[in-house]
Design a protein. Structure first.
Length: 319
Protein backbone atom coordinates (compact mmCIF):
# COMPACT_ATOMS: atom_id res chain seq x y z
CA UNK A 1 0.00 0.00 0.00
CA UNK A 2 1.41 3.40 -1.00
CA UNK A 3 0.71 6.19 1.51
CA UNK A 4 -1.30 9.04 0.03
CA UNK A 5 1.21 11.57 1.36
CA UNK A 6 4.07 10.35 -0.80
CA UNK A 7 5.25 12.72 -3.52
CA UNK A 8 6.52 11.31 -6.81
CA UNK A 9 9.09 12.44 -9.36
CA UNK A 10 9.04 11.25 -12.96
CA UNK A 11 12.21 9.60 -14.30
CA UNK A 12 13.41 8.55 -17.75
CA UNK A 13 13.71 4.85 -18.63
CA UNK A 14 16.71 5.16 -20.93
CA UNK A 15 19.04 6.15 -18.10
CA UNK A 16 18.27 2.92 -16.26
CA UNK A 17 19.27 0.84 -19.27
CA UNK A 18 22.82 2.18 -19.41
CA UNK A 19 24.22 -0.28 -16.88
CA UNK A 20 23.34 -3.65 -15.36
CA UNK A 21 23.29 -2.62 -11.72
CA UNK A 22 21.16 -3.19 -8.65
CA UNK A 23 18.89 -0.30 -7.74
CA UNK A 24 18.34 0.71 -4.12
CA UNK A 25 15.03 2.52 -4.65
CA UNK A 26 11.51 1.53 -5.70
CA UNK A 27 10.22 2.41 -9.16
CA UNK A 28 6.53 3.07 -9.73
CA UNK A 29 4.30 3.46 -12.76
CA UNK A 30 0.77 4.60 -13.51
CA UNK A 31 -1.83 2.74 -15.53
CA UNK A 32 -3.86 4.51 -18.25
CA UNK A 33 -7.01 4.22 -16.13
CA UNK A 34 -5.58 5.48 -12.87
CA UNK A 35 -3.50 8.38 -11.70
CA UNK A 36 -2.38 6.48 -8.63
CA UNK A 37 1.20 5.11 -8.77
CA UNK A 38 1.71 1.38 -8.38
CA UNK A 39 4.94 -0.43 -7.57
CA UNK A 40 6.63 -1.73 -10.74
CA UNK A 41 10.18 -2.58 -9.64
CA UNK A 42 11.20 -3.12 -6.02
CA UNK A 43 14.46 -1.90 -4.52
CA UNK A 44 17.38 -4.39 -4.65
CA UNK A 45 16.38 -5.56 -8.12
CA UNK A 46 19.14 -5.95 -10.72
CA UNK A 47 18.45 -3.93 -13.85
CA UNK A 48 19.59 -6.87 -16.00
CA UNK A 49 16.63 -8.90 -14.75
CA UNK A 50 14.06 -6.40 -15.96
CA UNK A 51 15.93 -4.74 -18.86
CA UNK A 52 13.71 -6.31 -21.53
CA UNK A 53 10.59 -5.07 -19.76
CA UNK A 54 11.97 -1.55 -19.50
CA UNK A 55 13.19 -1.54 -23.10
CA UNK A 56 9.78 -2.57 -24.47
CA UNK A 57 8.22 0.38 -22.61
CA UNK A 58 4.95 -1.53 -22.32
CA UNK A 59 4.41 0.11 -18.94
CA UNK A 60 3.34 3.68 -18.28
CA UNK A 61 5.62 6.54 -17.20
CA UNK A 62 8.08 5.74 -14.40
CA UNK A 63 8.30 7.48 -11.04
CA UNK A 64 10.31 7.42 -7.83
CA UNK A 65 9.30 8.87 -4.48
CA UNK A 66 10.69 12.26 -3.56
CA UNK A 67 12.40 10.72 -0.54
CA UNK A 68 14.30 8.38 -2.89
CA UNK A 69 15.57 11.24 -5.07
CA UNK A 70 19.03 11.30 -3.46
CA UNK A 71 19.48 7.57 -4.09
CA UNK A 72 18.39 8.07 -7.69
CA UNK A 73 20.83 10.98 -8.08
CA UNK A 74 23.65 8.75 -6.80
CA UNK A 75 22.62 5.97 -9.19
CA UNK A 76 22.68 8.36 -12.14
CA UNK A 77 25.99 9.85 -11.06
CA UNK A 78 27.58 6.39 -10.87
CA UNK A 79 26.16 5.54 -14.31
CA UNK A 80 27.40 8.64 -16.15
CA UNK A 81 30.33 6.96 -17.91
CA UNK A 82 28.01 4.29 -19.31
CA UNK A 83 25.36 6.88 -20.23
CA UNK A 84 27.89 9.02 -22.12
CA UNK A 85 29.19 5.97 -24.03
CA UNK A 86 25.72 4.61 -24.82
CA UNK A 87 25.04 5.40 -28.50
CA UNK A 88 21.29 4.76 -28.17
CA UNK A 89 20.73 7.69 -25.79
CA UNK A 90 20.22 11.01 -27.63
CA UNK A 91 22.84 13.70 -27.00
CA UNK A 92 20.24 16.07 -25.58
CA UNK A 93 19.26 13.51 -22.93
CA UNK A 94 22.91 12.78 -22.09
CA UNK A 95 23.56 16.48 -21.69
CA UNK A 96 20.51 16.85 -19.47
CA UNK A 97 21.55 14.14 -17.02
CA UNK A 98 25.18 15.35 -16.93
CA UNK A 99 24.03 18.91 -16.24
CA UNK A 100 21.58 17.76 -13.55
CA UNK A 101 24.23 15.62 -11.83
CA UNK A 102 26.73 18.47 -12.02
CA UNK A 103 24.36 20.92 -10.30
CA UNK A 104 23.59 18.38 -7.57
CA UNK A 105 27.28 17.77 -6.97
CA UNK A 106 28.14 21.46 -6.74
CA UNK A 107 25.22 21.90 -4.32
CA UNK A 108 26.73 19.20 -2.12
CA UNK A 109 30.21 20.73 -2.40
CA UNK A 110 28.84 24.08 -1.22
CA UNK A 111 27.08 22.32 1.67
CA UNK A 112 30.30 20.58 2.73
CA UNK A 113 33.30 21.98 0.80
CA UNK A 114 35.87 20.13 2.91
CA UNK A 115 34.37 16.70 2.18
CA UNK A 116 36.91 14.57 0.32
CA UNK A 117 34.03 12.58 -1.16
CA UNK A 118 32.33 15.70 -2.56
CA UNK A 119 35.59 16.98 -4.05
CA UNK A 120 36.19 13.58 -5.65
CA UNK A 121 32.68 13.76 -7.12
CA UNK A 122 33.46 17.24 -8.48
CA UNK A 123 36.57 15.87 -10.18
CA UNK A 124 34.56 13.01 -11.69
CA UNK A 125 31.78 15.24 -13.03
CA UNK A 126 34.39 17.56 -14.54
CA UNK A 127 35.81 14.55 -16.40
CA UNK A 128 32.29 13.57 -17.48
CA UNK A 129 31.67 17.03 -18.97
CA UNK A 130 35.01 16.90 -20.80
CA UNK A 131 34.34 13.38 -22.11
CA UNK A 132 30.87 14.34 -23.30
CA UNK A 133 32.30 17.41 -25.04
CA UNK A 134 35.08 15.43 -26.71
CA UNK A 135 32.59 12.79 -27.87
CA UNK A 136 30.38 15.44 -29.49
CA UNK A 137 31.11 19.17 -29.41
CA UNK A 138 27.40 19.91 -29.86
CA UNK A 139 26.94 18.84 -26.25
CA UNK A 140 28.26 22.28 -25.25
CA UNK A 141 25.20 23.92 -26.82
CA UNK A 142 22.86 21.52 -25.05
CA UNK A 143 24.59 21.95 -21.68
CA UNK A 144 24.52 25.73 -21.91
CA UNK A 145 20.89 25.78 -22.99
CA UNK A 146 19.98 23.86 -19.81
CA UNK A 147 21.51 26.56 -17.64
CA UNK A 148 20.64 29.64 -19.65
CA UNK A 149 17.67 31.06 -17.79
CA UNK A 150 18.06 32.05 -14.16
CA UNK A 151 21.26 32.63 -12.22
CA UNK A 152 21.88 30.20 -9.42
CA UNK A 153 25.31 29.70 -7.91
CA UNK A 154 25.30 25.97 -8.71
CA UNK A 155 24.20 26.24 -12.34
CA UNK A 156 26.51 29.25 -12.81
CA UNK A 157 29.49 27.14 -11.71
CA UNK A 158 28.51 24.44 -14.21
CA UNK A 159 28.05 27.01 -16.99
CA UNK A 160 31.45 28.59 -16.36
CA UNK A 161 33.03 25.13 -16.59
CA UNK A 162 31.25 24.42 -19.90
CA UNK A 163 32.18 27.80 -21.41
CA UNK A 164 35.72 27.40 -20.12
CA UNK A 165 36.16 23.86 -21.45
CA UNK A 166 34.83 24.88 -24.86
CA UNK A 167 37.15 27.87 -25.19
CA UNK A 168 40.14 25.99 -23.75
CA UNK A 169 39.70 23.16 -26.26
CA UNK A 170 39.47 25.66 -29.11
CA UNK A 171 42.73 27.33 -28.07
CA UNK A 172 44.87 24.53 -26.66
CA UNK A 173 45.87 21.10 -27.86
CA UNK A 174 47.26 18.21 -25.86
CA UNK A 175 47.78 18.37 -22.10
CA UNK A 176 44.83 16.40 -20.79
CA UNK A 177 45.87 16.86 -17.16
CA UNK A 178 45.94 20.65 -17.47
CA UNK A 179 42.49 20.66 -19.07
CA UNK A 180 41.02 18.61 -16.22
CA UNK A 181 42.68 20.76 -13.56
CA UNK A 182 41.55 23.96 -15.31
CA UNK A 183 37.98 22.68 -15.65
CA UNK A 184 37.88 21.72 -11.97
CA UNK A 185 38.96 25.25 -11.12
CA UNK A 186 36.10 26.60 -13.24
CA UNK A 187 33.43 24.42 -11.68
CA UNK A 188 34.73 25.27 -8.19
CA UNK A 189 35.60 28.90 -8.91
CA UNK A 190 32.92 30.28 -6.58
CA UNK A 191 33.25 27.67 -3.81
CA UNK A 192 34.41 30.43 -1.47
CA UNK A 193 30.88 31.85 -1.63
CA UNK A 194 29.82 28.89 0.51
CA UNK A 195 31.27 30.93 3.39
CA UNK A 196 29.13 34.01 2.64
CA UNK A 197 25.62 34.49 4.02
CA UNK A 198 22.69 34.13 1.62
CA UNK A 199 21.38 37.60 2.48
CA UNK A 200 24.41 39.08 0.69
CA UNK A 201 24.60 36.53 -2.13
CA UNK A 202 20.91 36.90 -2.98
CA UNK A 203 20.46 40.58 -2.23
CA UNK A 204 17.98 42.37 -4.44
CA UNK A 205 19.80 45.46 -5.59
CA UNK A 206 23.34 46.79 -5.50
CA UNK A 207 25.71 45.71 -2.74
CA UNK A 208 26.96 48.43 -0.41
CA UNK A 209 30.69 48.93 0.21
CA UNK A 210 30.89 46.60 3.21
CA UNK A 211 28.92 43.86 1.46
CA UNK A 212 31.11 44.06 -1.64
CA UNK A 213 34.23 43.83 0.52
CA UNK A 214 32.83 40.58 1.93
CA UNK A 215 32.09 39.27 -1.58
CA UNK A 216 35.66 40.09 -2.63
CA UNK A 217 36.95 37.61 -0.06
CA UNK A 218 35.44 34.60 -1.83
CA UNK A 219 38.40 33.81 -4.15
CA UNK A 220 40.75 33.66 -1.17
CA UNK A 221 38.25 31.65 0.85
CA UNK A 222 37.86 29.23 -2.03
CA UNK A 223 41.63 28.82 -2.28
CA UNK A 224 41.76 28.16 1.47
CA UNK A 225 39.00 25.54 1.28
CA UNK A 226 40.59 23.68 -1.64
CA UNK A 227 44.25 24.18 -0.70
CA UNK A 228 44.79 20.57 0.41
CA UNK A 229 42.59 19.02 -2.27
CA UNK A 230 43.47 20.58 -5.62
CA UNK A 231 46.41 21.23 -7.93
CA UNK A 232 48.13 24.58 -8.40
CA UNK A 233 46.33 24.98 -11.76
CA UNK A 234 42.93 24.50 -10.11
CA UNK A 235 43.79 26.80 -7.21
CA UNK A 236 45.06 29.47 -9.61
CA UNK A 237 41.69 29.60 -11.37
CA UNK A 238 39.82 29.72 -8.07
CA UNK A 239 41.80 32.59 -6.58
CA UNK A 240 42.43 34.64 -9.75
CA UNK A 241 39.14 34.53 -11.70
CA UNK A 242 38.41 38.15 -10.69
CA UNK A 243 41.77 39.60 -11.72
CA UNK A 244 41.76 42.10 -14.61
CA UNK A 245 44.35 42.79 -17.28
CA UNK A 246 44.63 46.44 -16.19
CA UNK A 247 45.39 45.48 -12.58
CA UNK A 248 42.12 46.70 -11.04
CA UNK A 249 40.85 43.23 -10.15
CA UNK A 250 41.03 41.31 -6.88
CA UNK A 251 42.33 39.81 -4.65
CA UNK A 252 45.93 40.53 -5.73
CA UNK A 253 45.59 43.29 -8.34
CA UNK A 254 47.55 41.29 -10.91
CA UNK A 255 47.91 42.73 -14.39
CA UNK A 256 48.77 41.54 -17.89
CA UNK A 257 51.02 38.49 -18.03
CA UNK A 258 50.98 38.17 -14.26
CA UNK A 259 47.60 36.51 -14.79
CA UNK A 260 47.72 32.95 -16.10
CA UNK A 261 46.05 32.04 -19.37
CA UNK A 262 43.72 29.69 -17.51
CA UNK A 263 42.55 32.46 -15.18
CA UNK A 264 42.04 34.80 -18.16
CA UNK A 265 39.76 32.23 -19.82
CA UNK A 266 37.83 31.58 -16.61
CA UNK A 267 37.32 35.33 -16.08
CA UNK A 268 35.71 35.76 -19.50
CA UNK A 269 33.46 32.71 -18.98
CA UNK A 270 32.45 33.92 -15.52
CA UNK A 271 31.52 37.45 -16.60
CA UNK A 272 29.70 36.39 -19.76
CA UNK A 273 27.54 33.82 -17.96
CA UNK A 274 26.73 36.30 -15.19
CA UNK A 275 25.61 38.87 -17.78
CA UNK A 276 23.44 36.47 -19.79
CA UNK A 277 21.44 34.97 -16.92
CA UNK A 278 18.79 36.50 -14.66
CA UNK A 279 20.25 37.62 -11.34
CA UNK A 280 18.68 39.03 -8.15
CA UNK A 281 19.68 42.59 -9.11
CA UNK A 282 19.18 42.52 -12.89
CA UNK A 283 17.73 40.71 -15.86
CA UNK A 284 19.64 38.65 -18.38
CA UNK A 285 21.21 40.41 -21.35
CA UNK A 286 21.06 39.02 -24.85
CA UNK A 287 24.40 37.50 -25.98
CA UNK A 288 25.22 40.35 -28.37
CA UNK A 289 24.38 42.97 -25.76
CA UNK A 290 26.53 41.17 -23.20
CA UNK A 291 29.50 41.00 -25.56
CA UNK A 292 29.08 44.66 -26.48
CA UNK A 293 29.05 45.63 -22.81
CA UNK A 294 32.17 43.52 -22.17
CA UNK A 295 33.94 45.15 -25.10
CA UNK A 296 32.91 48.78 -24.55
CA UNK A 297 32.28 49.15 -20.81
CA UNK A 298 34.83 46.70 -19.42
CA UNK A 299 37.87 47.97 -21.27
CA UNK A 300 41.02 46.60 -19.67
CA UNK A 301 39.25 43.74 -17.93
CA UNK A 302 40.04 40.97 -20.41
CA UNK A 303 42.92 39.99 -22.66
CA UNK A 304 41.87 41.13 -26.12
CA UNK A 305 43.04 38.00 -27.96
CA UNK A 306 41.21 35.65 -25.62
CA UNK A 307 38.08 37.80 -25.77
CA UNK A 308 38.09 37.69 -29.58
CA UNK A 309 38.57 33.92 -29.46
CA UNK A 310 35.63 33.66 -27.08
CA UNK A 311 33.43 35.48 -29.60
CA UNK A 312 34.56 33.02 -32.28
CA UNK A 313 33.79 30.13 -29.92
CA UNK A 314 30.26 31.44 -29.30
CA UNK A 315 29.78 31.68 -33.05
CA UNK A 316 30.83 28.06 -33.52
CA UNK A 317 34.07 28.97 -35.28
CA UNK A 318 37.67 28.16 -34.43
CA UNK A 319 40.44 30.75 -34.13
Amino acid sequence: MIPESKKFIRIVTDYLLAEDRTIDFNIYTKTPNSNKPILLIAAHTNIAAIKDTLARKSHGPLFITQESSKKFENFMEDSLDAIIQNTTIPLEQKSSIVHSCAKNIIRDVFDDPRSGSNISRAKNITSNIINLTLADSQSIRHLLRLGSHDYYTFSHCVNVAVFGIGLWLMIHKGDDTELHDFALGCILHDVGKSQIVDSILNKQGKLDFEEFEIIKKHPGQGHWLMDKHASEITLDVIIHHHEKINGTGYPHGLKGDQISDNAKIATIADVYDALTTNRPYGGARQPLNALTLMKEEMVGHFEQKRFEEFILFLGGRSS
